[in-house]
Design a protein around this ligand. Structure first.
Ligand code: ADP
Ligand code: GN1
Ligand code: MG
Length: 372
């Protein structure tokens, strides 16, 4: 599908001469483009996205969520003396004032491009992973007083792992492409772990785990980092902000960043769970979050890591069984490769659970000692 980007960008409150608009980034869900215009002799850049409106069925409410959260965070950043145009996402309104443009078929939105900051696909340097931990910890800290119950849920049950398990068994029962027979080992892996699927959701329902504003898609490539200073800049990709548990956010970062290989690495011998990186992330996250974390949250951080990795692997395998209709794929078997890396990581995390819990306790004790 090609779009008339000159026309689309003219629908937004962007001054200057249109230059070009080219595909950008590595997301699996939306389509992201880098939009360039010339203004006063200088090049200005924006992020233009075609929102996946098959998935996000109420884009106006989705954008309302993003505006509410970003304006709350912006006020907090200003209060703390930071730079809101750099530390939070800025939505550029359309000419009619709406935070999106609908062309009768597709929804588009534009954000200010944050300069001198990049997102990484793998942990090239542990300092970048630490920076991402600080960014997500700070994000949670900035939004600590935002009433999570007030938010619209664009994707209900997003991290309801028990519901994801039911979706998986439904897909398995249908097996529309006859793929199940090739992936028996992976199917067994998922089925054997059903017991853990409701661990976090039931604690949230009981109120034993507090419900907070969570990002829910905290991979390394959803945070911008200054590559020169390794300082965190901003948390991006705000579509999945919903009420949840910090165990989800912590866990999803661990899932993606503590792997020694890419999420879709076909050679499983390269895929390992790195406990040193786990420690690095835990330090950055807990230090940025401060002491507001509860005992039950601490106790379930490693559970969150295993759960998010298992859930993501199960979602990739479900999509493989259903014919790759959800996650964008670039090759045959892409979703299966992704599922396999996740299951390899879950196995290694299961072996390393005591070590993870020990690291969490040790880091938290140091934090309390220092901040007391
Ligand atoms: P998706 O939902 O498809 O994952 P993202 O919102 O994560 O899309 O954007 C894709 C990529 O675009 C990011 O990984 C990042 O590199 C880049 N990006 C997104 N927003 C900005 C921004 N405001 N400034 C600079 N780069 C951005
Ligand atoms: C998707 O959009 P992106 O690439 O940041 C997905 C996440 C998965 C992730 C796996 C809305 O994230 O839930 O964890 O892929 N986002 C949505 O890489 O489903
Ligand atoms: Mg993204």
């Amino acid at each position: 599908m090609t779009y008339d980007f000159a026309h689309i960008s003219a629908q937004f409150q962007i001054e200057g001469e249109y230059l070009d608009c080219l595909p950008y980034g590595e997301g699996h869900i939306n389509q992201t483009f880098l939009l360039r215009v010339r203004r006063d002799g200088a090049e200005k850049r924006y992020i233009l996205q075609r929102i996946n409106s098959t998935l996000f069925q109420d884009v106006p409410r989705l954008m309302e969520n993003i505006l509410r959260v970003t304006s709350f965070a912006r006020d907090e950043v200003i209060r703390r003396g930071g730079d809101p145009l750099r530390e939070t996402m800025t939505v550029i309104p359309a000419r009619d004032g709406k935070p999106y443009y609908f062309d009768g078929n597709d929804y588009f939105r534009v954000y200010l491009f944050i300069e001198d900051a990049v997102s990484f696909q793998t942990v090239e340097d542990p300092r970048y992973f630490y920076a991402s931990a600080v960014a997500f910890g700070k994000f949670a800290m900035l939004l600590a007083n935002f009433d999570a119950h007030d938010l619209y849920e664009p994707l209900p049950d997003f991290h309801n792992t028990a519901k994801r398990f039911r979706d998986f068994t439904d897909a398995l029962a249908r097996d529309p492409l006859g793929r199940a027979k090739e992936v028996q080992a992976e199917i067994e892996f998922v089925l054997a772990r059903e017991a853990m699927t409701s661990k976090i959701t039931s604690l949230l329902a009981l109120g034993d785990l507090p419900t907070k504003v969570t990002h829910n898609d905290t991979k390394l490539n959803n945070v911008l980092i200054d590559p020169k200073t390794a300082e965190p800049v901003a948390v991006i990709d705000l579509d999945t902000i919903m009420p949840g548990s910090i165990c989800y956010d912590f866990g999803d970062s661990i899932r993606f960043g503590c792997s020694t290989a890419a999420e879709d690495e076909p050679n499983l011998e390269k895929v390992h769970f790195d406990t040193d990186l786990f420690r690095t992330y835990t330090e950055g996250y807990l230090w940025a979050l401060g002491v507001s974390v509860t005992e039950t949250e601490l106790e379930h951080l490693s559970v969150g890591a295993k759960m998010m990795t298992y859930e993501c692997g199960m979602r990739f395998l479900t999509d493989y069984l259903l014919g790759d209709t959800y996650f964008r794929v670039k090759r045959p078997g892409h979703n299966l490769d992704r599922a396999r890396t996740q299951f390899r990581l879950v196995s290694e995390m299961e072996q390393a659970t005591a070590q993870m819990d020990h690291a969490v306790r040790e880091i938290y004790a140091q934090l309390r000692h220092t901040k007391a």
